[in-house]
Each structure stands twice: as structure tokens, then as C-alpha cells.
Design a binder for this molecule. Structure first.
Ligand code: 5AD
Ligand code: SF4
Length: 444
């Protein structure tokens, strides 16, 4: 019944977790007769997997919805669905505000998509934004049709209960729950059998991963189980939380060469006072203690972070403390944001968004300029050294060059010679540009 197949076009915004979720959604809908297409003009169903973390993330989605509406006008019967965090946040409001939207599905209701699509097909609006305490999609093998077929995400837990004052995530993704470790290991094995060479274990706070049914597995033990799947499989993870990141995780990283030497440890601010207002659960001193533990136990580890400027009550002194912490750590990489008030968060209900926009922009520019310098220094330290690079694809600039990453997650470009995608190649670093290390393969 080939001609009964429908076409699904899906766009994904926001974090890596959303990328992983979209792969689950494609699998669920493939079993309901939908094939994925890259061309929105031929779609019978357009889904947009959304992010609510900052207002501009939502604005971008609204812009895309207008474009999908143009396609819908030419293609009556086309269904448009909003899924993910923005769906969860706005629920029914979304179909009231955006008339072209037929389907609204929150992050824990994807199994219901086949039914919801049928309801929408009969002309009714279809909405399911129920959050769950159990759903982990553990039994669903995601469809990994995008990407390089070398790296994949594996979601190990869902939800978040940290309640940082600024953050919408606990409201859009619900309670924290961990996925059965056996299903995680099996998924990793399957990926290796299919030629994948790198997996990233995903959770909002991987350090609080905990499985207690039968055997007790915490995050370090899970890391070990996955590292043992194959020495040829690189294992990454994100995101660690400074208040929970244990030495045990670091010792596990040091023990297994295939656990990548790279940690993403969002600091948000260098000011203990502001960290308190944010309800982050740690002080500057605690954070620096964690950084020192990384540098002692896994000395070759790179460290990246998230920084937010302009949160409620932030002063120039707080900003200076953030910048001094950045220098003290010497981050290899950072994502930097200005605070964006999100409806119904603790900060929106109880605090005043009192840093003027102009000041936020200036502070953001200051931290960006500083990080550019730090990133440059980080790359300069690599010059003359040799790193194992996992080849992920061709260089964007030239098909004669390959591109891959070091264990530290730095991008390296080098002449392809006879190497191919998926190879591990020892590369000596000779130069660097602002974003890339450039080297040559060396034969051992
Ligand atoms: N405004 C700006 N940035 C935010 N983040 C989370 N919530 C907000 C917000 N309301 C940032 C944090 C987090 C990253 C994923 O997004 O830095 O670590
Ligand atoms: Fe991911 Fe947070 Fe955005 Fe949701 S709101 S998609 S969890 S970054």
C-alpha cells in the first residue's frame, strides 16, 4: 500500500534534547504511515519541535508558522503541529493565537501523535499536553536519518526539578525521571552495530541520573556501562550541574579513554549573591572547587559553560565577578545569553526584570569579547600537539579536507589523504582560525 504513505516534514529548534525527541517522533509516526521528507512543499504533516527557553526562540517559531501557513494555503488538507516546550507552555492558547495550527503536543505525549493526527485530519483541533511522571520513550528506537551517521544522541532522562528562578524547563518538561539503563546500553550497542562512533548521553542534569528498579545505577555507573559497549565508541554527556557533579564521574572519565575529556558545566554567573537569587544551589567557591577537581582528576579535560547576563538585580560588581570567574576558569567555549523573562517562572512572579535592555546588551557584548579571547587562548595551547580526531565529515570549505573533533570537543580540519568519515586519525595541530584547529595527519 505504498500510496497510502503520508509525508512528514519536521523542523527542530532548541536544545539537543529536542533533536533526540524529534527522532522519537519520526519513529512513532513512521509506524503510523508517515515517511519523513526534507521538502515542506510535499508534506501532509508539518511539525515544529519548539523551545521556550528565551522569548526569541519562540518568536522564531512564530515566524516559521507564518511560512507554513503559506504552504497550507496552496495545499489544503496539510496539517500543522507544534510540539515540544512551546506547545507545553501555551497549550490551547496556541491554537487560539495561531489559527493555522491543528495539533499541539507536549514533550510527554508523543505516543499519542498518531491518534491526534487522525483527530486533526477530521477537522478538529487536536491537543495533548499531559505531562507524565514515567514516560522516557525507553522502548522506542529513534530514527536517525539526519546527521553524519557517526554521532548520535541518547536521551537518558527527562524533566528537571532544579527550579532555577529564571527557567521555564521544569514547567515544560515536568518531573525528573531516569530511563532504564539496560535500554540505554542496548541502544548504544545498536548504534555501534550500525557504524556510529560517538554517542552523547542527554539529560537536563545528568548527575542526578538514578535507576533504582532491581539494580541501582547512578550516573558514573551508567557512564561505565556505556563506555564498555565498545572501545571504538566515544561517549559524551550533557549537561552536568555544578551542584551535583561528583568526583566519581571524574574518576570514571579518567578511567576510560573512550569517555571524552570534555565537560559542559553551566555557571550562569560568577557572583555568589546572584547565584543565590537564581536558586542555583551553589556558590562561586563551590563552582571553583568543581573546576579544580576537573583539573586535578582529568587534567586534559576541556570545560565549556553557559553564562547569563542581566538577571534580576544584577549589578556591575556581579558582572565583574562573572568576568573574573571566566578568566579564572579559562573556558574553552561558552554559550552566552541575556536574561529573558519567561512567564510564570519564579523570577517572573516574584522578581523585577530590572536590568535595562541596553545594559544587558552591553554586558553580553563584554562577556562575548572576553570569551573570544579565552577561546583563542585555548586553541593556541593546542598548537604543536597531537590529538586523536574522530572524522565526522568533509570540511565546509574544501572537499579535500576532512573535519572532525578531538576528545575535548574542538573542531579539527586536516587534508583528507585516504582517510574517511568514521576513522580515528592522529592529527598534529599546526594552526588555528577563530573556530577551528588546522593540522595534518601523522602516521604512528
Ligand atoms: N533567559 C536567558 N537565558 C536562559 N537560559 C535558561 N533560561 C533562560 C532565560 N530565561 C539559558 C541558561 C541555560 C541555557 C540552556 O539557557 O544559560 O543554561
Ligand atoms: Fe530544550 Fe529548554 Fe528549549 Fe525545552 S526550553 S527545548 S528543554 S532548551
Amino acid at each position: 500500500m505504498e500510496d497510502s504513505k503520508h509525508k512528514l516534514y519536521i523542523e527542530t529548534y532548541g536544545c539537543q534534547m529536542n533533536v533526540a525527541d524529534s527522532e522519537v517522533v519520526v519513529k512513532i509516526l513512521s509506524e503510523a504511515g508517515y515517511d519523513k521528507t526534507e521538502m515542506m512543499e510535499e508534506a501532509d504533516l508539518i511539525l515544529v519541535n519548539t523551545c521556550s527557553v528565551r522569548e526569541n526562540a519562540e518568536m522564531r517559531v512564530r515566524g516559521r508558522l507564518n511560512l507554513f501557513n503559506q504552504v497550507k494555503k496552496k495545499r489544503p488538507g496539510l496539517l500543522i503541529g507544534v510540539i515540544g516546550c512551546m506547545a507545553e507552555r501555551l497549550k490551547e492558547k496556541l491554537v487560539e493565537e495561531e489559527k493555522m495550527v491543528d495539533i499541539v503536543v507536549g514533550p510527554d505525549a508523543y505516543r499519542d501523535l498518531p491518534r491526534l493526527v487522525k483527530v486533526a485530519g477530521s477537522g478538529q483541533k487536536a491537543i495533548n499536553t499531559l505531562l507524565s511522571r514515567e514516560e522516557t520513550y525507553a522502548d522506542i528506537s529513534p530514527v536517525r536519518t539526519d546527521g553524519n551517521k557517526i554521532s548520535a544522541f541518547i536521551s537518558i532522562m527527562r524533566g528537571c526539578e532544579n527550579m532555577c528562578a529564571y527557567c521555564i524547563v521544569p514547567y515544560t518538561r515536568g518531573a525528573e525521571r531516569s530511563r532504564n539503563p539496560q535500554t540505554i546500553v542496548e541502544e548504544a550497542k545498536k548504534l555501534v552495530d550500525n557504524g556510529f562512533r560517538e554517542i552523547t548521553l542527554l539529560g537536563q542534569n545528568v548527575d542526578s541520573y538514578k535507576w533504582t528498579d532491581g539494580e541501582i545505577v547512578n550516573f558514573p555507573l551508567l557512564l561505565e556501562k556505556v563506555a564498555l559497549v565498545s572501545p571504538a565508541l566515544r561517549v559524551r554527556f550533557a549537561t552536568s550541574h555544578p551542584k551535583d557533579m561528583s568526583d566519581e564521574v571524574l574518576y570514571m572519565m579518567a578511567k576510560y579513554p573512550n569517555i571524552c575529556k570534555s565537560i559542559h558545566l553551566p555557571v550562569q554567573s560568577g557572583s555568589t549573591r546572584l547565584l543565590g537569587i537564581m536558586n542555583r544551589g551553589y556558590s562561586r567557591e563551590w563552582y571553583m572547587n568543581r573546576i579544580n577537581a576537573i583539573k586535578t582528576i582529568v587534567p586534559e579535560c576541556s570545560v565549556s559553560t553557559d553564562i547569563m547576563v542581566g538577571f534580576c538585580g544584577e549589578t556591575e560588581e556581579d558582572q565583574q565577578e562573572t568576568m573574573s570567574l571566566m578568566m579564572e576558569v579559562g573556558y574553552d567555549f561558552a554559550f552566552m545569553f541575556k536574561y529573558s523573562e519567561r512567564p510564570n517562572t519564579y523570577a517572573a512572579r516574584k522578581m523585577k526584570d530590572d536590568v535595562p535592555e541596553k545594559v544587558k546588551v552591553r554586558r553580553l557584548n563584554e562577556v562575548i569579547a572576553l570569551q573570544n579571547k579565552l577561546s583563542e587562548e585555548s586553541k593556541e595551547k593546542d598548537l604543536g600537539k597531537t590529538y586523536e580526531v574522530l572524522v565526522e565529515g568533509f570540511s565546509k570549505k574544501s572537499k579535500k579536507d576532512l573535519s572532525g573533533r578531538t576528545s575535548q570537543n574542538k573542531v579539527v580540519v586536516f587534508p583528507a589523504e585516504n582517510y574517511k568519515i568514521g576513522d580515528y586519525v592522529m592529527v598534529r595541530i599546526e594552526r588555528c582560525t577563530s573556530a577551528t584547529l588546522i593540522g595534518v595527519a601523522i602516521k604512528l
